[in-house]
Design a protein around this ligand. Structure first.
Ligand code: HEM
Length: 488
């Protein structure tokens, strides 16, 4: 009798707890019933979709998001809304919503509290501080350094993409050049004074891969399993490699005479802030690692995609070449003034990152229920904004896979809703490196396209042939291979 009452009390307790759990999340369930999404089984939801494995990450996310403009999906008890309607995205990003907890969860073991994943109490001060190092005056002064690195990249292309039918993937080569550019500009150190650059880059790649693998193992969302997993051990090791590299950069920097003309350059300024106790040493190391990674991880696929797309579209390539030739002469290096006038090249870059945004998805967390243009989003909802889909809405971007830089003529831009094009995100957590990214990509492409004609994009005939893979960034599965010949 006594045993029976104990068992039934326990059962009542479990039932009450379950009902309370369901009651607390009732708005999530209501929202889930209201919106379409992939089929879900009891308890596991749509976790079966993850069996496609990491190699299919991009296609899996696209398959889930296909019910747009709003799609709901459960992975076990975890609920997500995917949204991709421009007006909804605009409203959401301009509200003071914060980043999803998944950024810190997935990236925090290696990058700790760096800006991309920092909690609000740390982020505000750091963002304000770092913003100053990306103002126009500072970034514009990088043109000579970008040009020097772009010329080195062009020399590499000369060696590997000319006179061969089997050129290598340019991804690693562009990435390496971008790291050199980051060292010259953000860190103000000579790249050849550093060792272990290759290890830093390879570790950055390993990092992205391990984050992606974790996503496909939903049980690793539970801290108990995560803390005991080999992937976590790997991420802690990765964090150590990042930290050691930045320590090396700082040591080299401190062995050099102080450069009084570049006080606002990223690392110089952060070191000064550290000296004045406005930034902790941990903060300095985290931000240094993040910035050297961010500066090349997102720009590399964008430059690679632009080269491939121009290889596929000779008439557009010719127009870019004409513009560059008109604005530059052979005797002088590129100047800021002439780069600023390369409007057609800028449109080519914008169109490239429309079709292939380097950051295909971003995540947000909603603390309070909000009304979007066409539906409500319940509190405590994780939202995935699909930039890839946003950029391919046929009613806003007719024939979305057509590579047409003139979509970015000012009169065309004016016709579109503001939230239709967000390669750099929007709102308080948008990309801090927009100016740096745009200027460096223009210089890199101007130098390459002035020197070479891209004859062909190997592996692809049409834009539709370019299949994407997602790590943290969107990267073409088959890479970026082109054949070139000298212009002169
Ligand atoms: C084609 C180039 C680039 C693209 C498409 C891009 C895109 C983005 C996007 C979409 C975000 C927002 C992420 C989110 O909302 O969750 C972001 C954040 C960020 N980006 Fe970029 N980015 C690029 C280049 C750069 C460069 C060159 C740097 C630095 C030199 C940089 C540094 C950052 C940082 C630090 C953040 C985090 C900002 C914060 O959370 O406050 N990015 N980027």
């Amino acid at each position: 009798m006594h045993q029976f009452s104990l068992t039934s009390t326990f059962l009542y307790f479990i039932i009450a707890l379950t009902l309370y759990f369901i009651w607390k999340r009732r708005r999530l369930y209501y929202c889930s019933f209201k919106h379409p999404g992939p089929f879900g089984f009891p308890l596991i939801g749509s976790a079966h979709l993850l069996t496609a494995g990491p190699a299919e990450s991009y296609n899996t996310l696209m398959r889930i998001a296909q019910y747009s403009p709003v799609t709901r999906v459960w992975f076990g008890p975890f609920f997500y809304l995917f949204i991709s309607k421009p007006r909804d995205v605009e409203i959401l990003l301009n509200k003071s919503v914060d980043k999803s907890i998944y950024y810190a969860k997935y990236l925090g073991d290696a990058l700790k509290t760096a800006l991309l994943i920092s909690p609000p109490e740390i982020r505000k001060g750091r963002r304000k501080l770092i913003n100053q190092t990306f103002n126009s005056n500072v970034v514009n002064s990088f043109v000579p350094a970008f040009t020097k690195c772009a010329n080195r990249l062009a020399d590499e292309l000369d060696k590997v993409c000319k006179g061969t039918n089997d050129p290598p993937d340019l991804f690693d080569i562009i990435m390496k050049t971008y790291l050199d550019a980051g060292c010259e500009t953000l860190a103000d150190v000579r790249p050849d004074s550093l060792y272990n650059k290759e290890k830093f880059l390879a570790t950055g790649y390993r990092y992205q891969k391990s984050v992606k693998y974790r996503f496909f193992k939903p049980h690793l969302n539970i801290d108990f399993f995560w803390k005991r997993s080999s992937l976590r051990k790997e991420q802690l090791e990765i964090g150590k490699v990042f930290e050691d590299f930045i320590k090396q950069v700082i040591a080299v920097k401190q062995s050099q005479p102080e450069n009084k003309n570049s006080k606002k350059q990223f690392l110089n300024y952060l070191l000064e802030m550290n000296k004045q106790n406005n930034l902790t040493t941990d903060g300095l190391l985290e931000e240094g690692a993040l910035m050297l990674l961010a500066a090349n991880d997102s720009t590399t696929p964008a430059v690679g995609s632009a080269l491939v797309l121009l290889g596929m579209h000779p008439e557009i390539q010719e127009k870019v070449y004409q513009e560059i030739s008109l604005l530059t002469d052979d005797t002088q290096d590129l100047t800021l003034q002439c780069v600023n006038k390369m409007n057609y090249l800028e449109r080519v870059i914008k169109e490239t990152i429309r079709i292939f945004p380097s950051v295909p998805f971003i995540l947000r967390k909603i603390d309070e229920e909000i009304e979007l243009d066409s539906y409500f989003v319940p509190a405590n909802c994780e939202i995935l904004i699909s930039i890839s889909q946003l950029h391919r809405w046929p009613d806003i971007w007719p024939n979305p896979l057509k590579f047409d830089p003139d979509r970015f003529l000012p009169e065309e831009v004016e016709k579109r809703p503001r939230g239709a094009y967000l390669p750099f995100g929007a709102g308080a957590r948008n990309c801090i490196g927009i100016k740096y990214a745009m200027l460096s990509m223009k210089v890199f492409l101007a130098v390459i396209l002035k020197r070479f004609r891209i004859l062909e994009a190997i592996d692809y005939k049409r834009v539709e042939d370019i299949e994407m893979d997602i790590f943290l960034f969107g990267i073409a599965k088959k890479g970026y291979r082109i054949r070139v010949e000298d212009r002169n």
